[in-house]
Design a binder for this molecule. Structure first.
Ligand code: PEP
Length: 260
């Protein structure tokens, strides 16, 4: 059994309909009728479908996550936003924060991400924190510097004992939704860098227990190789999480690696 339990999370983004979301969730719940030690699985549907998806996965091994939240502690005049207590009310265990689409399309800076991370952890909602470099940054040999800046900014004032409720996702922006996957070596090397950063900023024990997922065009046919790397502890999956028969092989790779 792997020391760090593999985690496979599906980020449905702004996809699905009420019907397809419910069917997808029910299909996964059928394949994973209960929580198993070898893998942890979560789905992150669009906000309007959180409630029906929660119903479809109730009692199964599939957990619920949201794709975003507001950072305010209190309810209030924030038109269009979703509060953490609302996510909690409907059964979300996780929230994805710092996704590159939020950063690039919605102007989320590290400071914005950090405020959300602190708010979510303060509320007891676990965070899937995404970091990753653009292609131009990789080509300019700036990958580690970019990761360092995003980590320091997104985790400002986050205490070491809060990291037990946080999962990191390394998502090279050039690999998201493009069909280009980081090679297992490229991904492993970024994961090693991130783990070392956590060891330096916090301590080696926290770094050893922290799960770091890889995200970027993970598919059934590359999942085992990626998840088999010693520092890759699962996957954050976009496109391939929208169909049971594409997502399940990735979960199966997680189970195989987790049990191995
Ligand atoms: C993502 O959006 O987090 C992602 C990794 O997408 P995809 O799997 O489609 O590349």
């Amino acid at each position: 059994m792997r020391a760090r339990r593999p985690f496979v999370a599906g980020n449905w983004k702004m996809n699905t309909t009420l019907k397809s979301a419910t069917e997808l969730a029910a299909g996964l719940a059928k394949l994973l009728p209960q929580d198993i030690p070898g893998v942890e699985v979560a789905v992150c549907p669009p906000a309007p479908y959180l409630i029906p998806v929660a119903a479809a996965i109730a009692g199964s091994g599939v957990k619920l996550g949201a794709q975003n939240c507001h950072s305010s502690k209190d309810a209030g005049a924030f038109t269009g936003e979703v509060a953490l207590n609302m996510l909690q009310d409907v059964g979300c265990e996780y929230v994805i924060l710092g996704h590159s689409e939020r950063r690039s399309l919605f102007g989320e800076t590290d400071a914005v991400v950090n405020a959300k991370v602190l708010a979510a952890l303060g509320k007891g909602i676990k965070v899937i924190l995404c970091v990753g470099e653009q292609l131009s940054e990789r080509q300019a040999n700036q990958t580690n510097a970019v990761l360092e800046t995003q980590m320091a900014g997104s985790l400002a004032n986050v205490a070491g004992d809060q990291l037990g409720n946080l999962v990191l996702a390394y998502e090279p922006v050039w690999a998201i939704g493009t069909g280009l996957t980081a090679s297992p070596e490229q991904a492993e090397s970024a994961h090693v860098f991130l783990r070392q950063w956590v060891a330096n900023r916090y301590n080696p024990q926290i770094a050893e227990t922290l799960r770091i997922l890889y995200g970027g065009s993970v598919k059934g046919d590359n999942a085992k190789l990626l998840l088999g790397q010693p520092n890759i502890d699962g996957a954050l999956v976009g496109g391939a999480s929208l169909k049971v028969d594409q997502f399940w092989p990735i979960v199966a790779a997680g189970i195989e690696v987790g049990n191995g």
